[in-house]
Design a protein. Structure first.
Length: 556
């Protein structure tokens, strides 16, 4: 289905067309309506909100068929000509930015502002003035829906602003619809002002949204979604990039926000880590996109030797090395036994995230060795020696064009535990809980590590400093949240981009010795470029030309 609305921003009038594929979004509405016609009707007002949800970001192959992780040290995109490579070779700028979302996000923000201004005009008199008990109940239900939808809009507006602030820093805060008579030459608000606005909107939304939604409303915002957004915003706000003075109170606020989500007792850690990313209903999911049946993700990411596959976004050796040994120690290439058997006795999340050489996939062993069906020498084979497993439906027959549903998780409970652990460690160290939140940093991360399908050794209290635990927690986020669009932003907020993204990414050369024995050699795949100015995106040059009051990001 398609929606068309006249929208204004930065002096330009455009027609925006949005399509959506979520459960409750699958409704047809008229495409030729005036503003007054849309907001006079309960059903059309509802459907306008549906169209706004369609602007939420998704991470499946969203940048020239690549995942954003291919712009980090966790992945390499097989096709070297993809736009995602601009981040890796440093060729992006104010004129060309593959992840530039300035215009589309302000379009979404304008929709939320328009809804908040106009949704009070819905005509419910046919129910309100009818004394029949059924009509009166319908009136009460519709009135409650309209009120709840206003707070869903406020959550969405906060989320859209978070998308902008994470990329650009402070941006213009626009809380009303702008017309041609309004000044469109708007300066940036400060980063602090933006964070204050977003968290305030989250608080308001959380106070008025329910903890759960009906099955036919899966995908709608909830109290947990609003609090989860607040948790992430405050974690970023407390981090090195945005907290030069290292203010402890920011870390305390971030810990408190994460604990608010945990304390809802609505969500549960998923024991089946592999199944979580193929689920539409897992209790761990706080907020997500649930897409209609498709196979485009599989076509982009199946290993090249399988029918319909083209390799796509492939994990690096950098990421594979980050997964611990089962005893909690670090994998070591200098250990001869580990180098000869690099995938044995590893954190189970490795084999549930990455397709490894000689592992079973679609009924046969993967041949990622040189000369194998998925190995070096085959056109479009992985350059790293690995393929992506997370999210991928192994059971699709692409020759028959079989499809399945996919879920892109925006927030889940594991992130909240990791947010909390990081914030508590920075505020109080590994083992202290002076605020009485109920968990120490160590206890929080152990919740993630000890669930049934992972069962990694719990970290022991009294054995970690704040510094050593900081490094451990950063690695835990990397492996737990791999390919969920966290690494790209985490490394930036930690101000580690120059150290981690300005270095080569590695893969593995695999030589088959015999049917069951292989020789593995770590090799450099590609040099990468990251400069300090790249912690923040440049304002698109076209927007600077339209709005001279917008100051350009330093360095660009």
């Amino acid at each position: 289905m398609k929606y068309k609305f006249w929208l204004f921003f930065t002096g330009m009038v455009t027609i925006i067309t949005a399509s959506c594929k979520k459960d409750f979004l699958d409704r047809q509405i008229s495409t030729e309506l005036t503003k007054d016609e849309v907001f006079s009707s309960y059903a059309r007002t509802r459907d306008f909100l549906v169209g706004t949800y369609a602007y939420l970001p998704g991470g499946f192959n969203r940048i020239d068929n690549a995942m954003l992780d291919a712009a980090t040290d966790d992945a390499e995109y097989t096709w070297e000509g993809s736009a995602i490579q601009r981040y890796n070779n440093g060729s992006w700028n104010p004129y060309i930015n593959p992840d530039d979302n300035w215009n589309i996000t302000y379009t979404a923000i304008r929709r939320t502002n328009l809804y908040l201004e106009q949704s009070g005009n819905v005509d419910l008199n046919m129910y309100k003035l009818n004394p029949d008990a059924t009509a009166q109940q319908t009136y009460r239900n519709m009135t409650a829906d309209l009120e709840r939808w206003r707070y869903e809009n406020r959550f969405l507006r906060a989320y859209f602003y978070f998308q902008l602030v994470t990329r650009y820093g402070g941006v213009p805060l626009i809380t009303k619809t702008l017309g041609l008579s309004d000044s469109l030459n708007l300066p940036r608000n400060s980063y602090d002002e933006c964070v204050q606005f977003i968290t305030s909107e989250c608080d308001s939304a959380a106070a008025h949204l329910g903890a759960t939604v009906a099955d036919n409303d899966l995908g709608r915002a909830t109290k947990g979604a609003a609090l989860a957004l607040k948790s992430r915003v405050l974690l970023y706000y407390a981090s090195d990039l945005n907290n030069k003075a290292r203010l402890k109170e920011r870390w305390i606020a971030a810990a408190k926000a994460a604990k608010e989500v945990i304390d809802l007792n609505v969500y549960q850690l998923e024991n089946d880590y592999r199944g979580l990313f193929r689920s539409t209903t897992s209790k761990e999911i706080i907020f997500a996109h649930r897409y209609a049946p498709a196979n485009s993700f599989e076509r982009a990411n199946y290993p090249i030797g399988y029918d319909g596959g083209s390799s796509g976004t492939t994990p690096t050796q950098n990421l594979v090395d980050a997964y611990e040994m089962m005893d909690g120690s670090t994998f070591d290439w200098n250990n001869p036994d580990q180098a000869q058997h690099p995938y044995d006795n590893r954190d189970p999340r490795l084999a549930m995230t990455v397709i490894l050489n000689n592992s079973q996939w679609k009924g046969r062993a993967v041949e990622a060795f040189a000369g194998g069906r998925e190995g070096a020498g085959v056109d479009r084979a992985s350059r790293t020696g690995y393929y992506l497993k997370k999210y991928v439906d192994e059971n699709l027959d692409l020759l028959l064009n079989k499809t399945s549903v996919h879920t892109w998780i925006l927030f889940r409970l594991s992130e909240m535990y990791l947010n909390y652990a990081e914030a508590m460690n920075e505020a109080y160290g590994p083992d202290q809980d002076p605020q009485g939140f109920g968990l120490t940093a160590i206890q929080a991360v152990n919740k993630v590590r000890s669930r049934a399908s992972v069962k990694m050794p719990e970290l022991q209290a009294g054995q970690w400093s704040a510094t050593t635990l900081r490094n451990k927690l950063r690695n835990e986020r990397r492996v737990e949240l791999a390919f969920e669009e966290h690494r790209y932003w985490d490394v930036r907020r930690w101000e580690q981009g120059v150290a981690l993204f300005n270095s080569p990414v590695y893969g593995v050369n695999i030589a088959r010795v015999n049917a069951t024995t292989f020789k593995y050699t770590k090799v450099e795949v590609e040099g990468r470029v990251f400069q300090p100015k790249m912690y923040w995106y440049p304002v698109p040059q076209a927007e600077k030309m339209k709005s001279p009051a917008l100051t350009q990001t330093p360095g660009w």
